[in-house]
Design a protein around this ligand. Sequence first.
Ligand code: BG6
Length: 300
Amino acid sequence: MKSQGPQEGDIVMPREAEIVVGNGGLRKVHVHAAEAEGEIYLLGAHVTSWKPAGRQDAIWLSEKSWWEDGKPIRGGVPICFPWFGPKKDAPDAPAHGFVRLKEWQLEAVEPQDGAVTVTLSTKSDATTKNWWAADFELRYRVTFGSKLVMSLEVMNTGNSSFGAEEALHTYFAVGDVRQIHIAGLEDAHYIDKTDDRKEKKQEGKVSITAETDRVYLKTSQAVEIVDPVLRRRIRVRKENSRETVVWNPWIAKSKAMPDFGDDEWTGMVCVETCNVVTNSIEVAAQQKHRMTAVIETESL
Ligand code: BG6
């Protein structure tokens, strides 16, 4: 019996994209459109590159990443769902949920005006139900163009409502994290995960001067990473995301992570579009929720 949705063999690939074997033998869609080049792995529906035409990659990827089915890719844009960080009632459950560890189904690759949109999906099955009982389906549309648009749709395919956390855990490439600042979060309150989860208030722009692991609350507004070394501004706009995580592991934590180079922390910062700690989503039976991040870069 044919399962629902298009099968990979049915997908008509435009001339601006192909399915290729990437690191670790894992498959990815490589896009080379007029407005941008980009890559997305089927494992985790994980974007690993976005280069707007004539510009450098905005996305950071670790040289020490695992490239293995069932292990998360380090860098790029992991999708965290249905929980963020450790699962509260099950510390042995995979950090940031299970969808970044699964191969997603490729549904469509569509060209449009110099850009390409790749759509992937995944849904609940016996394995996901070992961790989380809900019936769900996720559909993720990523447009690689002069903007990178990532839109995650969460569908409740069951008969009762569920609550979930979600994050587009975007790793951005920066020249030197010690010299950037992040604008747009001034005066926001945040939970400081490096200081016993105390709630604090952001004074001025964000500078990274130590390990940083913060959940900025009630922040739907655009955020900008201003990078004087790469002479670039990265703007992150969001829809239906009310929190923003900022993360840099700094020195000791980088050394402690086997899939992260000891010195790589200087070249990255995560600015994550999410609904987590205080604003997890509630999706009623047979309803949907869609969260979107729109990324643009500009020369300084
Ligand atoms: C961040 C979290 O979003 O992701 C951090 O706030 C966490 O606490 C980091 O360390 C990386 O997580 P992981 O599971 O990919 O190593």
